[in-house]
Design a protein around this ligand. Sequence first.
Ligand code: PRP
Ligand code: URA
Length: 208
Amino acid sequence: MPLHVVDHPLIVHKLSILRDKTTSVKKFREVVNEITMLLAYEATRDLPMDDVDVETPLCTAHTRMLKQGELVVAPILRAGLGMMPGMLDILPTARVAHLGLKRDEQTHKPITYYMNMPTSLKGAIVLVVDPMLATAGSLCAAIDLLKEQQPAKIVAVCLIAAPEGAQRMETTHPDVHIYVGALDEKLNERAYIVPGLGDAGDRMFGTA
Ligand code: PRP
Ligand code: URA
């Protein structure tokens, strides 16, 4: 199953800070950034590489560097924006595809309100970022939009997933590997992840 739960002690510790309802907006943003970089480390493990020779002060080192190619970070607005700086710190040459999706509060289905992608994603490796994978409606819709542009590969990076959303992704987009910091217990009647961390966008932007 292409769900990778990266339950490293650093991530578990930092997620506990995010889960705490008394954590400030400032701290929340900082810790989201830190966890994103840790998850990105795992999510980029399979990036293609080229053999290169580098002159060290002593001799020639036969080593490898990331293959030149299109890397795209695709944040799902709003909350995914909080994960963008961490991703771009790790992948400074990546381009960005903004995907504006908002879950309807009654139906829990996503509504697309904004989209701004690089002109071509053909052959690109796309890393979609969104802190919460709840019903997976938003992530599935984002991936549907991205797949229309024929990228070579899509990888998703989320902070917390619900079993329901993970199952839906497995059924709908079995080719997409998903890296998460935690797989929580369930969704509640409002389709929020339990125990979760609440509304990620509100906590990130102080709009609660
Ligand atoms: C949240 C979250 C995901 C989505 C997850 O965004 O950031 O995008 O809900 O839920 P799902 O898996 O059931 O689709 P929201 O729609 O609340 O928008 P926001 O980021 O603007 O707050
Ligand atoms: N969106 C959030 O921000 N949190 C949840 O738990 C579910 C969807």
